[in-house]
Ligand binder design. Sequence first.
Ligand code: SAM
Ligand code: DTB
Ligand code: SF4
Length: 361
Amino acid sequence: MPNAQAPVAQSKSSSNQALRHDWNVDEITALFDLPFNDLMFRAQNVHRENFDANEVQVSTLLSIKTGACPEDCKYCPQSAHNDTGLEAERLMKVKEVICEAEVAKQAGASRFCMGAAWKNPRAKDMPYVLEMVREVKAMGLETCMTLGMLDGDQAQALADAGLDYYNHNLDTSPEYYGSIITTRTYQDRLDTLSNVRDAGMKVCAGGIVGMGENLRDRVGLLQQLANMPIHPESVPINMLVKVEGTPLDQVDDLEPFDFVRTIAVARILMPTSHVRLSAGREEMNEQMQALCFMAGANSIFYGERLLTTDNPAADRDRALFNKLGIRPEKRQDVSDEAHIGAIEQALQDVEDEQSFYNAGA
Ligand code: SAM
Ligand code: DTB
Ligand code: SF4
């Protein structure tokens, strides 16, 4: 049963254009095939019709249970099938999680995302994760979790505890999926996403590019996402982080413009969703990230760690935002003065630092 906070089904973008859920492969391929400048222009227009183009939402990630995962995802450093030398850690204590959430809030994050290396949460884990949701929410942060597959009851319990978003990625096209993961099916993932939606939470679902897939697979992934009855509110586009000891460690680099194109096409297909420039920013220079923002990305992970791999340090991101005139997006559901104050203070600190360097130059 949907709960009282269930999002209203999207039907229009702010430009009053109907949102489409019937994209076919040829149409999506034609977007990828546009001359780069034409694609960017279209994506920017769609972006500006629906969002403030100079605002980017910032989320901070925390791995609440690390490694020793029974799933065999070929990209993942946390899979027990991959020998990456990662030290496994048990589920963190609620108090430790709250301390990390406080640090993220002070640094200016508006959403706190907690991830666990599980196939699915066990019954005995649920009371702890529910308490994490309640306490992080009480701090005035938006909450997000990614814990693997959920049944309907687990999704409802998380929604009732106040979980705003659940992240569960499709990862790639249905056709390429079997080359990447064999321990859970594409349908398992779609079922979890529909349990999340039915429980009234917002859906965060996207994928990974640069895993050796072809253009048709990137088209197929975006088609699956865009043709859901309601578009995911958040669409993370991850660039594969190659980790030694995973089977994808040696895969060829993706042409960077193909990554930017994937963001631009996601923006056009899902005009009102937040498209997240997700994993892989540590390997991208500032100009590449700026192109992704121009293509319509309007969310990032903020903080020096993703789950187990590196992300740019918060001060580097604040400096980049300053150079580009980007403001962190404020929380949409409440106006939390402390949170807005933390972001403004952090930006002021960077400006002060820059004028200090300029004065000394
Ligand atoms: N275990 C849960 C699951 O898979 O549903 C949640 C955590 S899992 C690490 C969340 C997502 O992180 C994966 O679905 C995948 O899209 C992304 N991810 C994991 N390893 C990655 C890597 N090396 N590069 C890019 N994205 C990665
Ligand atoms: C998502 O799409 N990307 C994040 C988040 N959802 C959970 C995870 C990226 C993980 C990158 C590899 C690591 O740090 O372990
Ligand atoms: Fe486990 Fe998630 Fe990593 Fe797959 S992506 S191995 S399910 S932690």
